[in-house]
Ligand binder design. Structure first.
Ligand code: UDP
Ligand code: MG
Length: 175
């Protein structure tokens, strides 16, 4: 792809609880430096059942959904690990660059030098503990960023917003 056809994209990266258990946060950030992207938002989140159901809506009817919830919420590892780190990145072709560095969904099939190939595993319940989430298309990036991050938690207005009054205060929400 030439410089002229490269597209500025946004993508959501989540370091899942196993990334925290394995002390991989710095390592993963360093891996994404290679892609020359920019962080425009970052926070730590305790993940509710409702958030997992919205984020993984495409998997809600799978027999492994409850086990996926246990993993993604961090309950598998105990209260100290019931959290994830959430990042919004921007850059040219950010989505495919991040997916390449992340590796395939199944850690046993992922390129061994990708993040998931190097650090992922399949747990006793059959869940793919693959260390990170990253958006797979512009459509899912928009859905996921709007789900996880409020407009005032990122440094740019990347999607349309609206002003609403809540408890007599004006707040900005995604439109
Ligand atoms: N997952 C799993 N078993 C499956 C499919 C998915 O454990 O057969 C888990 C895995 O942690 C994966 C997540 O559910 O990362 C979301 O699945 P998706 O198909 O969206 O893969 P991803 O976009 O994360 O590569
Ligand atoms: Mg996915």
């Amino acid at each position: 792809m030439t410089e002229a056809t490269k597209k500025l994209q946004y993508t959501l990266i989540i370091m899942k609880p196993d990334a925290l258990v394995k002390s991989l946060t710095g390592n993963i950030l360093a891996r994404f430096l290679e892609a020359r992207l920019r962080i425009i938002g970052a926070k730590v989140v305790k993940v509710s059942r409702e958030l997992v159901e919205l984020h993984y809506a495409h998997l809600i009817d799978e027999p492994f959904f409850d086990d996926l919830y246990e993993y993604f919420s961090g309950k598998t590892y105990g209260p100290d690990y019931e959290r994830v780190l959430v990042f919004v990145y921007e850059g040219e072709d950010a989505i495919s660059k991040v997916r390449r560095i992340a590796g395939a969904t199944n850690p046993l099939e992922a390129d061994p030098i990708s993040i998931r190939g190097a650090y992922g595993r399949i747990n006793k319940k059959g869940v793919m503990e693959n260390v990170i989430h990253c958006s797979d298309s512009e459509e899912s990036a928009k859905k996921e960023i709007c789900l996880w991050v409020d407009p005032d938690e990122i440094i740019k207005e990347i999607y349309p917003t609206k002003k609403v009054i809540k408890n007599n205060y004006e707040v900005i929400e995604w439109a």
